[in-house]
Design a binder for this molecule. Structure first.
Ligand SMILES: CC(C)(COP(=O)(O)OP(=O)(O)OC[C@H]1O[C@@H](n2cnc3c(N)ncnc32)[C@H](O)[C@@H]1OP(=O)(O)O)[C@@H](O)C(=O)NCCC(=O)NCCS
Length: 180
């Protein structure tokens, strides 16, 4: 399979169970399961949240077979990349990068100044992925993640700056006529 066989599209309600299962198995494993299908569906319906899925091939996209997904929330100037995962069988094919590129483009168009995320402190693969994508570590937060059994785990916060914070300069000028 090549990365060309992958279709990235907006997530739809029919994808919510597949997304939730991937979140449970590949992101929240051992921490309890917060992003169940109902929560994913709520996120999808939230006007300030963007969710995309990667599907294998055009036919697979129509059938809704999900190889990866990403969810991002938009604030006034800061976007928060909430979840991103690719199935183990589909990793290192550029799928994570393509979904993140979609998120980055959307954040720029929406005027975001920066994108923030947290990941489990021991998640070296994701840390390397985000570093390769232009993010850098800002702070380690001990005990950020807690499972139902009282297990705690630290989080690493990462950031990618898109533009200087503050108002975006308004660059429009009225068109000039031949007389001016
Ligand atoms: C992190 C994750 C999303 C990366 O997805 P992916 O589709 O395999 O990533 P890509 O193929 O787009 O990788 C792009 C680049 O990132 C870097 N990278 C990705 N995975 C890496 C790894 N395991 N080790 C080192 N570098 C890695 C590489 O530079 C890679 O380019 P290359 O393959 O040409 O060397 C995937 O490993 C995953 O789903 N992990 C489990 C879920 C998770 O941890 N999500 C993040 C926290 S929410």
């Amino acid at each position: 399979m090549t990365p060309r066989a992958i279709t990235i599209r907006l997530a739809e309600p029919r994808d919510s169970q597949a997304i939730a299962t991937m979140s449970r198995d590949f992101i929240e494993s051992g921490l309890g399961w917060k992003y169940d299908a109902a929560r994913v569906l709520r996120a999808m319906r939230d006007r300030d949240t963007l969710a995309v899925v990667a599907c294998e091939g055009a036919k697979a996209a129509a059938k809704g077979v999900v190889a990866g997904f990403a969810i991002m929330e938009f604030g006034d100037e800061r976007a928060h990349l909430v979840l991103l995962a690719v199935r183990p069988s589909h990793r290192r094919l550029g799928i994570g990068q393509r979904m993140l590129d979609w998120m980055l483009d959307s954040a720029r168009v929406a005027g975001m100044a920066s994108i923030h995320l947290e990941l489990r402190a021991g998640n070296d693969a994701a840390r390397r992925f985000y570093r390769a994508m232009g993010f850098y570590e800002t702070v380690l937060v001990p005990g950020y993640y807690r499972s139902g059994e009282g297990r705690k785990e630290g989080a690493l916060r990462m950031l990618r700056v898109l533009r200087a914070p503050g108002p975006v300069p308004y660059t429009w000028r009225p068109p000039k006529t031949e007389d001016t």
